[in-house]
Design a protein around this ligand. Structure first.
Ligand code: ADP
Ligand code: ZN
Length: 622
């Protein structure tokens, strides 16, 4: 910024943005076009409007944004939002502008003229909301700027980034305690979708939120159907899922490695599915372009590493698929939570197999860091494995992980087609005793493949080479097939009755718990995979699902209109209207502007801007 620009800003008189609405309800109806607050939104907003601090834990899609946007419209001054998601700030600002909220951002992507314009707007009270990247606060000029304006509140979005043990740690978040020290009178609201008690306490401590009221919502996402499938041909399984249940839908496919991201995206494209890759190794411009296409176009499938997704607030992501086992339940829940923010039916699907367990155990063994660190990784993995192997409701188990008690949900794979539990003690003993004999009698260790060949009595070249045909357990396991044996190995590993040796070859060894199984003091219950998910579980879950037949073509016409409008404005389609709103319009067929204005998601601004066009589309359709 030039000296002249700086001094122009300094000379300008400072004005506070005046409150735009008398009450929170008025802002909700007029600006956002919603009928009622959800969950604890009303109480959270009241707390901040009254000048108090709040710490909000709410799942993705729960409606956190309104909790700071509305107070910023009701209180005097500008609401300052700290967000780590620079790449998404433009979209956030566009979405707010679309409903008539005056918003802007300051981050490193702007040139000095753009920044000066924003600073001037802030100082003259023309902004309801100002988004800031946390690193901006390191620059003393930013703090000075904030000092000179009038701030209605600080919102600290993605507050779990302050947690050093979490997966999204950002060092710049640690200095956010300065907000309290420097502006003690400004209310603060910290928000996150991470639910564990540890993160919760860490946010409170590090952001100095000792006096904050805590709002902890239920983390259930009832519209998401959770399914975990046995992995055999993952790409084919994925393709089958997309074709039979999610044709034309937008979704995210997570893979562990960059290489598998590339391969999977290519495979989908070859099969006629519009898929794009995203990982940290891609050129940053290509990455940004792919993200932008995913957000703007309908029906794109993003194949990505976990580098993708935080803050993606695209409401109509219809499925999240994992082709590899996530490292923790926490990460899995965050990632799957990106499906169905709009509350419409969505799928979370994970393919999981023996290789995943072996690979993760190997990664932990070879990871850097001390024993304590490895122990923690191991605990995370065990919880994830327990979720995969459970014969109980997935959701009950997921919510229990976050400290919530619930009852079977009816909308997960185990509820829809309950797997059988069977007593696998005898097969477990056969397998363990093979491992023990190899170790004791031959001083050898082998991987799952060889051990299963021995149990099945297969005379492979390797069996001959090592003379394993003479072991007393050779051929004693023919009651199960090879696939079933792999399932047994996987589950014994998951239960800690068997372990992967840390030699890097994936050989199997016994554990402290093995003796109890061998000695029949402990039985082993195993899960028998259902052959195929039931039809109910495989029903189509596209945006068109359960729309009355007469409304479906109207909905499609509205979507076509929306796509053209979004393209012209260069904004994501959901910035114009959400699917949920278009569904309501397509079902209700309003004939007047007044009637259209009562529909959820149609506020004053959008009614004025698009009302006539929508009625036009409906008129042509009718
Ligand atoms: P979060 O930030 O918690 O993930 P959002 O703030 O993006 O969630 O809200 C999720 C979706 O729910 C958005 O599409 C939002 O417009 C909608 N929403 C939020 N509050 C309400 C409400 N009171 N009534 C209707 N829709 C709402
Ligand atoms: Zn269930």
């Amino acid at each position: 910024m030039s000296d002249a620009e700086l001094s122009a800003i300094e000379r300008a008189p400072v004005t506070a943005a005046t409150p735009r609405y008398a009450s929170a309800e008025e802002a909700l109806h007029t600006v956002f076009g919603y009928d009622a607050f959800r969950g604890e939104q009303a109480q959270i907003i009241q707390q901040v409007v009254d000048g108090g601090d709040a710490l909000v834990l709410m799942p993705t899609g729960g409606g956190k944004s309104l909790c700071y946007q509305i107070p910023a419209l009701v209180r005097e001054g500008t609401g300052v939002v700290i967000s780590p998601l620079i790449a998404l700030m433009q979209d956030q600002v566009d979405a707010l502008s679309a409903v008539g909220v005056r918003a802007a951002f300051l981050n490193s992507t702007q040139d000095s003229a753009q920044r000066t314009a924003v600073e001037r707007a802030f100082l003259s009270g023309e902004l309801d909301l100002l988004y800031l990247a946390p690193e901006r606060l390191r620059v003393s000029a930013t703090a000075d700027l904030l000092d000179r304006g009038v701030i209605s509140l600080f919102a600290i979005d993605e507050a779990h980034c302050v947690s050093q043990w979490g997966h999204d740690f950002r060092p710049d978040y640690l200095q956010l305690s300065m907000l309290h020290e420097r502006w003690p009178a400004v209310p603060r609201i910290a928000l996150t979708a991470t639910a564990t008690e540890q993160t919760h306490l860490e946010i409170q401590k590090r952001l100095q939120l000792a006096d904050a009221r805590h709002f902890v919502a239920s983390f259930d996402r009832p519209n998401i159907q959770y399914r975990i499938a046995a992995k055999n041909a993952p790409q084919q399984q994925l393709l089958e899922l997309l074709r039979s249940e999610h044709a034309g839908d937008a979704g995210i496919v997570y893979c562990l490695s960059r290489a598998s991201v590339e391969k999977t995206a290519e495979f989908l494209v070859q099969n006629g599915i519009p898929a794009l890759p995203y990982h940290a190794g891609l050129d940053s411009r290509l990455r940004a372009a792919n993200q932008s296409r995913f957000l703007r176009e309908d029906g794109i499938v993003m194949v990505a590493t976990i580098a993708f997704g935080m803050g993606i607030d695209k409401p109509d992501v219809r499925f999240v698929a994992h082709l590899d086992l996530p490292k923790s339940v926490e990460g899995y829940y965050q990632e799957t939570g990106r499906a169905g923010r709009d509350g419409l039916p969505s799928t979370a699907w994970l393919a999981y197999g023996l290789q995943d367990v072996m690979q993760q155990r190997r990664m932990i063994d070879s990871s850097e860091g001390d024993a304590e660190h490895r122990r923690r990784l191991g605990t995370h993995l065990d919880a994830m494995l327990a979720l995969c192997e459970t014969v109980e409701c997935r959701r009950v188990q997921l919510l229990a992980y976050f400290g919530e008690i619930s009852t079977p949900c009816g909308n997960c794979d185990t509820c829809l087609s309950p797997p059988e539990a069977w007593d696998g003690t005898v097969p477990a003993q056969k397998l363990l005793s093979t491992v023990v004999r190899l170790q004791r009698e031959r001083n050898q260790k082998f991987g799952a493949g060889q051990i299963i060949d021995i149990l099945l009595g297969k005379t492979t070249p390797r069996v001959t080479q090592y003379d394993h045909g003479s072991l007393s357990t050779f051929g004693i396991g023919t009651e199960l097939g090879e696939q079933e044996w792999r399932g047994v190995v996987r589950q014994l590993l998951a239960q800690g009755v068997l372990a992967v040796n840390s030699d890097g070859y994936g050989t199997l060894i016994t554990t402290e718990s093995s003796a109890a199984v061998l000695g029949s003091q402990r039985s082993v219950m195993l899960r028998r995979e259902p052959e195929r998910p039931t039809r109910a579980a495989r029903a189509r879950r596209t945006a068109l699902a359960d729309l009355p037949a007469s409304a479906a073509p109207v909905f499609e016409q509205l979507r076509t209109w929306r796509a053209a409008e979004a393209k012209e404005q260069g904004v994501p389609a959901y910035v114009i209207f959400h699917d949920a709103t278009l569904r309501e319009i397509a079902t209700g067929i309003p004939s007047t502007l007044a009637e259209l204005g009562t529909m959820s998601g149609v506020g004053e601004n959008k009614l004025a801007k698009y009302g006539e066009a929508i009625l036009g589309v409906l008129g042509a359709a009718g």
